[in-house]
Structures are given as C-alpha cells and as structure tokens.
Write a protein that binds this ligand. Structure first.
Ligand SMILES: [Fe+2]
Length: 304
C-alpha cells in the first residue's frame, strides 16, 4: 500500500504482519504528522502487526507517539514503579534480562521462552496496542510470533463456535506463568480470582468476532468445573497454536514493532541468558472486552 504521504506498507504474510517503509517516527512526533499516524492506525487494523526498522527515538518521543493510540496502562509491577530504568517516564518500561554494572536488573524480564498470550489480560481493561522498540539485541535474536485470532475464530468448526459463543473465562494473574518450562497451576481459589472476559470478543473497531484466549490451559471457564474448563481451553489453545495464520520476526536493533493486542496472541522464543536483550515497551489501556453476538441475536437483545 502506498499512501499520499509516502508510507509504503508491504504485507509480510497473507494473514498478518507488515513492514512499513518511509516513516521516521521521531519526525512524526516532532511535527505532529497526524496523517501518517492515521495511516499507521489503518494499516494496523488491516495487518494487526507493523514493523518499522531503523528508528531513532528517545523514550520521551516513544511515549508521545504512543499517546496517539490512547491512554496508557502501566504494566510495571508495583515494586518497579519507582525504578530508574528510564528516568522520568511513567509508562515506558524496560523489558530486559540484562544486569547493570552494580548488579541491578536493567529491566523486567528473562530470557526464557514464552507461550501464547495477550498483554494485560489479567486486567479488567487489557492493553489495546503493544509497542516495542529494540535497544540492545543479542546475536541470533529470538523470534516473536503473532497469531491472527480473527482467522482462528473464523476457522473453528461451526459446532465449536456455537459451543463457546456465550462463554466467559476468568483471566487469573500469574506472573511468569507462561514462561517455559510452564510452572505448575496456582491453587484453584487463586484461579477463580481475576476479570471475566468473553471467550468470543467483538473487536471495537472492526465489529468482527475473535477468539480471546487466556494465557494458560488451567484458567477457569465460568460455569464449568476445573476439568471441563481445562479440556475446553486446552482444545482451543491447541487449535490456535496449530493454525497457519501467523507471522514471526526476530527484532533487530532499532526495530519498532506495534501490534493490536486484542486481535492477536503472541509468543516468544528464548535465548542465551548470558546475552542481554533490552526492549522499551509501552502499552495503551484498552476497553472492557465486549462479547460478540451473532447479528440476529444482537437484534433480539436490542429489541428486548
Ligand atoms: Fe507479551
């Protein structure tokens, strides 16, 4: 896609992901280039994940760019709120396995591989967009994978779609609960705590249904017991993981990646923990997830 303002968007796969050329995000922020920001937003709606290479942004410019995509959610853990990873900025967070010269962690994170998840799902308003900017990258950098959950939902057997259309899932909090090797389940009482999100979610922009999965098979489906919940969620997560609607990329130095966190699951490979990888991260606060209802059912609900 070429736009009037020179942006060049090249799809990475037929399903998800695109490389964006001819955009200097620092300039976009400094001159308030609203047309380019709108073009990026439209490209995100279509491709779900955008990669812009060779960017040169300060953390402040990154935060100002992110503000065009909505308010922010702080994903810093409480003990990190005053961390000096990036002085003066409340929302840009360092994701890193590195250690400073005086032995402090550079940021929050490890080099372990992660299973499929969405960011902030344990919050009542999960993140809408996730922004990552690669600042230190190891040789042979790990790949991140994104799955188009519109496509996954559309490809479910019709009987499965009917089975899950009215179901809700409790998204329990489990820090590092999706890092391999996957740690054991939390006690059932802990897994009963957390926001309830619809399993089939209506995307607020497109209006289309998507499969909104929890980050572990052991989450609890509202109204189902532990065994039945696990059976269903393991079946759905396995179906998603085997789906062909994904893209992967290994973030290189100065790569900037944005994705629609509502519409795709993501996972990440691990790497040699002796090698530092540091990314700056920003997340926009989202809306309360809304269930998708078939149009005929919505008509009935609105009429009643
Ligand atoms: Fe994530």
């Amino acid at each position: 896609m070429n736009t009037d303002n020179g942006i060049h968007v090249i799809p990475a796969t037929p399903y998800i992901g695109a490389d964006v050329h001819n955009v200097d995000l620092a300039r976009v922020v400094d001159v308030t280039d609203v047309a380019t920001i709108e073009a990026l937003r439209l490209a995100l709606d279509e491709h779900l994940v955008l990669r812009l290479r060779g960017q040169h942004l300060s953390a402040s410019q990154m935060e100002r760019f992110g503000a065009y995509f909505g308010g922010f959610v702080s994903l810093k853990r409480p003990e990190q709120r005053d961390a000096l990873h990036i002085p003066g900025l409340q929302f840009v967070k360092c994701i890193s396995n590195g250690v400073t010269a005086d032995g402090r962690p550079v940021g929050d994170g490890s080099a372990k591989p992660q299973d499929w998840h969405t960011d902030g799902a344990m919050k009542p308003r999960p993140a809408t967009y996730s922004h990552f900017y690669a600042r230190v990258v190891p040789a042979d950098p790990p790949r991140t994978y994104w799955m188009n959950m519109y496509r996954v939902y559309d490809s479910l057997p019709a009987q499965w779609r009917e089975e899950i259309q009215d179901l809700w899932v409790i998204h329990h909090q489990y820090s590092a609960g999706n890092e391999f090797p996957l740690p054991p389940s939390l006690p059932l009482a802990k897994r009963m705590e957390g926001p309830r999100h619809p399993l089939v979610r209506r995307h607020p922009t497109s209006g289309r249904p998507l499969l909104y999965l929890p980050h572990r098979d052991d989450a609890i489906v509202v109204g189902r017991d532990e065994a039945a919940s696990r059976q269903l969620l393991a079946r759905l997560r396995d179906f998603a993981a085997r789906s062909p609607y994904w893209w992967s990329a290994a973030m290189e130095l100065d790569d900037f990646v944005i994705w629609d966190n509502r519409a795709c699951l993501h996972r990440r490979d691990g790497w040699d923990p002796a090698r530092e990888r540091t990314l700056w991260h920003l997340a926009n606060e989202g809306e309360v997830p809304v269930p998708y209802y078939a149009a005929s059912e919505l008509d009935v609900k609105q009429a009643s």
